[in-house]
Design a protein around this ligand. Structure first.
Ligand code: C5J
Length: 239
């Protein structure tokens, strides 16, 4: 199966069924168009927008906002190729029954998950701040995975959806590199998926954590996966 759907008004670009070689670290990634999906992690308003919860906690959101443009370009191309994309959002039920008390009190902040924040209740499904930024908003038919944890596999139906589409490889982008992106890549790796992480499409409030998180993925011969840039991936696909 080639694609979940084709919602873009533009015609699908030509992409053969054969392997596509992508320059990556620690070595070349061989992308299989029939078995590859894009997973965009938690590009949510509360993490990325000025005035959101992330900024309220004193974080510099520009560190995350630099990922918007490369993700936009990648997503537009991915849609043109008719390849599957999954969007994720970190958040909880409005009744907070899926929020572990230990997560609720973590950080010892005055305002925590479920409380009223600048864009509605913090990390609660249905609230404005919990939603995906308009620049990367999912198109109709693109699955959105609501996850209560950091990893996209924990307590979600992502793995079932990937199985049904015969997906074996994931291109992973989003925020934050060292938390939800890294956790998802580790979960995926243990489940047998090959992960290609795009350095310019991932971001952290802490640049040094971003760098180290990417190093951890590709260390020891690619212990969790591969790292490249969106430019190299798009070059390879266009190649
Ligand atoms: C994500 C977080 N999405 N840093 N969450 O990484 O709490």
């Amino acid at each position: 199966m080639r694609a979940i759907h084709q919602t873009s008004s533009e015609p699908a670009a030509k992409l053969g069924k054969g392997p596509v070689r992508i320059e990556a670290e620690p070595y070349e990634f061989v992308l299989l168009p029939q078995h590859c999906a894009l997973v965009i992690i938690d590009m949510q308003r509360d993490f990325l927008e000025p005035g959101g919860f992330g900024e309220m906690l004193g974080n510099d959101v520009s560190q995350l906002r630099r990922t918007i443009e490369p993700n936009k370009r990648l997503l537009a191309a991915w849609r043109r190729y008719g390849l599957p994309v999954f969007h994720t959002r970190e958040g909880h039920r409005p009744d907070l029954f899926d929020l572990p008390p230990a997560k609720k009190i973590r950080g010892r902040s005055k305002t925590t998950i479920g409380d009223k924040g600048p864009m509605g209740r913090i990390l609660v499904r249905g609230e404005a701040g919990h939603d995906i930024i308009p620049e990367l908003y999912p198109e109709p038919g693109e699955p959105v995975v609501d996850k209560p944890g950091k990893g996209a596999f924990y307590a979600t139906d992502l793995q079932e959806m990937l199985k049904h589409r015969d997906v074996k490889q994931l291109v992973v982008t989003g925020v934050t590199t060292e938390v939800c992106v890294n956790t998802t890549v580790r979960e995926a790796n243990d489940r047998g998926y090959e992960c290609l992480v795009l350095s310019d499409c991932c971001g952290s409030y802490f640049p040094e954590f971003h760098e180290m998180a990417l190093k951890m993925v590709k260390a020891q011969g690619g212990i969790f996966g591969w790292v490249t840039s969106s430019e190299k991936l798009l070059e390879g696909l266009a190649g």
